[in-house]
Design a protein. Structure first.
Lengths: 147, 147
DNA sequence: CTCTATGCAAAAGTTTTGCAATCGC
DNA sequence: GCGATTGCAAAACTTTTGCATAGAG
């Protein structure tokens, strides 16, 4: 698994303090430990996993603090979510090879067709079999941008 | 929006009948209308949207039928979900440009680093601004494959 | 007639919200 | 002290499951 270098984590914790100050966010134990947990794990944990791990060090922390803190860290760009706009499962009956533009604000998904498909990265065999190669472009669509 | 050609929908409905027969699935009004809805919309609808639309034609349909039917259509490969493994939001503190291998069975996410980043597709400007370009490789990891 | 699929209801699981108390700045 | 943040509790929302019945093959 891709564990992050401890020295880099320290550096990122400094970044955390800085960015929080710049955004008027306060540096609490909870925020610190939640960020450390996401940064250190390298396995892209979900909110509940983070909650269970942080609770070992801060026994009184509550799940809603984890959710709120993850949201504020995401707003400042300190962390990101691997699958944006995934509150609901969304379906596609189009079996042609195509890709997606996803608006991270409104969740609108638009098909992208490529004349030259993206190349299969090397070393994928080490990870497992490949079902599909899917390019996701994340951004804010015109509709959301104008409002 | 990318609306699907009506003639193609008819063809895909034929495919539906065929594939259902091959998999021992029965061709019900519900299955037919749910598939037609996903195929015709082209906007990658979620389960609840499909439910609300199909209900106009089949007023007694229930949400759980929609969920179950979508799951069985996915199993046979007639439809796919745009974001597999998205029951829970997952977070990443790694701000380096990187991509992801996602196991559609167990949900494990592994980082992929590319020496040559994928090219930004042409015509993206028409869709909106670009926050990030994210390659997702979907497949079944070794761990799940062996068990 | 058999066995899958459906509808109803209830449950499970994730995330959000209101509010008073707490704690960083 | 002021105001952001937290913890608790409850609610909202999406999805899953058990079971009796209806309906496709």
């Amino acid at each position: 698994m891709h564990k992050i270098d401890p020295a880099e984590i320290e550096q990122r914790l400094g970044q955390l303090t800085e960015t929080c100050r710049a955004n008027g966010l306060r540096m609490t134990h909870q925020r610190m430990e939640i960020f450390r947990e996401v940064a250190a794990s390298g396995e892209h944990p979900d909110a509940d996993t983070i909650f269970k791990r942080v609770r070992k060090r801060l026994p009184t922390i509550s799940p809603d603090t984890v959710y709120r803190t993850l949201a504020s860290l995401e707003e400042t760009g300190l962390i990101s979510r691997v699958n944006p706009v995934c509150g609901r499962a969304r379906f596609d009956a189009n079996t042609d090879e195509h890709h997606h533009y996803i608006c991270t604000k409104c969740g609108k998904i638009t098909d992208i067709y490529l004349s030259t498909p993206p190349a299969l990265p090397e070393g994928i065999e080490n990870l497992g079999e490949v079902e599909s190669l899917h390019l996701q472009v994340h951004g804010v669509c015109h509709n959301c941008k104008s409002s």
